[in-house]
Design a protein around this ligand. Structure first.
Ligand SMILES: C=C(O[C@@H]1C=C(C(=O)O)C=C[C@H]1O)C(=O)O
Length: 293
């Protein structure tokens, strides 16, 4: 982590200068990003671009808990968390979105979709865990009992009728065969004609973020020019082919929150409210008036 300029101060008198320095050095902004491949293009060189940011990585649901509890100041959190809380503002137009098949958010069903009674939800997820319930309710009139699928547990460990998986592990095809498989990005586009936003950078309203917003945009702008390189670097760690990783980053995901993405986000909010999975009256607030579309 870099701390601008202050390290260059002379130290004339031991303790005295320490007091001066600690008065001058602002505390770092604690930034939490998703630990999956899909977030790498958003954090390329972020710590260098944001002078005072301290980056940590975790699963999306845990980042949401960290932001709510004040353990981080800015988080790449599931979009449903922003829809559920008036405490947050969206900072920057960098996000994780898709317009069509997303590859890494899948529901595998052992029974025909209309017969799903028990649904296991990847504990890393909040957005997709809500989206799949909305789609089952609205399209099939199905309201399954839900249960958690711990992050470290494989699909085979669950006896649920259907299982939702997200993130890197969802990129691997499962060994078992299923009666039906949903790619949630693909189904959302087919249903609504809109992109879907899975995660956004969010900040608590009272949190000063200085110049972080522009650093988040610049990190993303740099990341999207390096998708091939990121894929080559990250694919071996995940046990997937470089070509799969590259195609995932280039063709399945998008990293810009534009007008169409905002329409998708608002429709997701309306549907979450209608299904009783989000409260009414939560405004989507964009820090620094970035267009909400
Ligand atoms: C596309 C994805 O987007 C993610 C899905 C999320 C969710 O379901 O809550 C949250 C953050 C993103 O990492 C994925 O993880 O596969």
């Amino acid at each position: 982590m870099k701390i601008a300029g202050y390290n260059k101060l002379d130290k004339p008198n031991g303790n005295e200068s320490q007091t001066i320095m600690s008065d001058l050095i602002p505390p770092p902004i604690r930034v939490g990003a998703v630990s999956y491949l899909n977030s790498k293009p958003l954090i390329e060189d972020l710590e260098e671009l944001a002078d005072n940011a301290e980056l940590m990585l975790d699963y999306p649901s845990l980042l949401a808990d960290d932001l709510a509890a004040g353990r981080i100041d800015v988080g790449l959190i599931p979009s449903i968390e922003v829809i559920r809380s008036s405490e947050y503002e969206i900072i920057s137009n960098a996000c994780i979105a898709t317009q069509g098949p997303v590859l890494s958010v899948k529901m595998y069903s052992r029974v025909p979709l209309g017969q799903i009674r028990r649904l296991a939800l990847d504990m890393g997820s909040r957005t997709s865990a809500t989206l799949v319930r909305i789609m089952l309710a609205e399209q099939y009139g199905v309201y399954p009992e839900v249960e958690p699928l711990p992050i470290e547990q494989a699909i085979e460990s669950s006896s649920a009728d259907a299982i939702l998986l997200i993130g890197d592990r969802a990129i691997h095809a499962p060994e078992a065969s299923f009666v039906a498989t949903w790619d949630l990005g693909e189904e959302w586009l087919r249903w609504t004609g809109l992109p879907f936003v899975f995660a956004m950078w969010a900040v608590r309203r009272d949190q000063d973020t200085g110049l972080l917003e522009s650093a988040l945009c610049r990190a993303r702008d740099k990341g999207v020019t390096l998708l091939g390189e990121i894929a080559r670097r990250e694919a071996p760690k995940l046990g997937i082919d470089e070509s799969v990783a590259e195609s995932y980053l280039k063709n399945n995901l998008s990293f810009y929150l534009g007008p169409a993405e905002c329409c998708g986000l608002r429709l997701f909010q309306d549907l979450a409210i209608k299904t009783g999975l989000a409260p009414e009256g939560v405004p989507l607030v964009f820090r620094n008036c970035i267009s909400a579309g």
